[in-house]
Design a protein around this ligand. Structure first.
Ligand SMILES: Nc1ncnc2c1ncn2[C@@H]1O[C@H](COP(=O)(O)OP(=O)(O)O)[C@@H](O)[C@H]1O
Ligand SMILES: [Mg+2]
Length: 232
C-alpha cells in the first residue's frame, strides 16, 4: 500500500534518552503501518516505551531517526503549527487519565474540540449529545467530571476523541485506571464507535486482553515491535 493510502505510516523510528553519561535506547528502528479503519493493539510492560512511541506517533516528541506520516502528511519535521493542524484535524486522543475540563459539563467537554475547530455552538452541542448517547451517557450530559464514575469519565473522553471525526485515534492505557467491569464497558463503547465510524485506532497498553481486541496485535519488547500471533 502506498503510504499516502495509510492512516498512519511510521518508518525506522528510533528513540533514546540520556541517562547520566549513557543512552537509554527505548525504541529501535520501529516500522508501523495502520490502514484506514484498522485497529492495532500494542502490548508491552511498564517502561517498555509505549507512551514514548505514542507521543512520537502524535508528533508531540521527535524521534532521533525515522518519520511519521498521518494520511500521507509528514508530521516529523513539520512546523509546530502544521503539526497542530494535523493533530486537530486528523487525530483524536484518549489517555489513562481522562483530562476532562473540571469546570465543564460532559456535553461541553465533548463540544470543546468542535468549537475550537470553528463549529457553531448549536451544531457542536448536537454532535456532542449524539456521541454521548452512543457511549451510553445520554442521561449524563450536564454532569461535571467529578460527578461521574471513572468509567463514565473515560466514556466522555472517548466521545471527545471522536468529536471532530478524526482519521485515527491514539489511546494510551485508556482503561488503566479502571476496575475490570468498567474497563470492559469502556472497551465495548470505544470499539463500537471506532468500528461504526471506520476510524483507525492504535491502543498501547500493558493489558494483553485489550491489546488483543483489534485486527492486529504487536508487542513492544526491548525496543522492538513485533507481531503477536492471534490465538486460534
Ligand atoms: N523524557 C524522558 N527522559 C528520559 N527518559 C525517559 C523519558 N521518557 C521516557 N523515558 C524512559 O523511557 C522508558 C520508556 O518509558 P515510557 O515510554 O513511558 O514506557 P511505558 O509507557 O511503556 O511505560 C522508561 O524507562 C522511561 O523512564
Ligand atoms: Mg506509558
Amino acid at each position: 500500500m502506498n503510504s499516502g493510502d495509510l492512516a498512519l505510516a511510521a518508518k525506522g523510528v528510533s528513540k533514546s534518552f540520556a541517562q547520566g553519561d549513557q543512552r537509554l535506547v527505548v525504541l529501535r528502528d520501529i516500522d508501523l503501518s495502520v490502514s484506514p479503519g484498522e485497529w492495532v493493539g500494542v502490548v508491552g510492560r511498564s517502561g517498555a516505551g509505549k507512551s514514548t512511541l505514542l507521543h512520537i506517533l502524535a508528533g508531540l516528541t521527535d524521534p532521533d531517526q525515522g518519520s511519521v506520516e498521518i494520511m500521507g502528511q509528514a508530521l516529523t519535521g513539520a512546523s509546530p503549527a502544521e503539526r497542530a493542524r494535523i493533530r486537530n484535524s486528523r487525530m483524536g486522543f484518549v489517555y489513562q487519565l481522562h483530562h476532562l475540563l473540571p469546570e465543564f459539563s460532559a456535553l461541553e467537554n465533548v463540544a470543546v474540540p468542535l468549537l475550537l475547530g470553528g463549529a457553531r455552538f448549536a451544531r457542536a452541542a448536537a454532535r456532542a449529545r449524539d456521541l454521548l448517547a452512543e457511549v451510553g451517557l445520554a442521561e449524563r450530559l450536564e454532569h461535571r467530571p467529578h460527578q461521574l464514575s471513572g468509567g463514565e469519565r473515560q466514556r466522555v473522553a472517548v466521545a471527545r476523541a471522536l468529536a471532530s471525526a478524526p482519521a485515527i485515534v491514539l489511546a494510551d492505557e485508556p482503561t488503566g485506571n479502571l476496575d475490570r467491569e468498567s474497563a470492559e464497558g469502556v472497551v465495548a463503547v470505544m470499539s463500537d464507535l471506532i468500528r461504526t465510524t471506520g476510524t483507525s485506532f492504535v491502543v498501547v497498553t500493558h493489558d494483553a486482553d485489550l491489546a488483543g481486541c483489534g485486527d492486529k496485535t504487536l508487542a513492544l519488547l526491548d525496543g522492538v515491535l513485533s507481531a503477536v500471533a492471534k490465538p486460534a
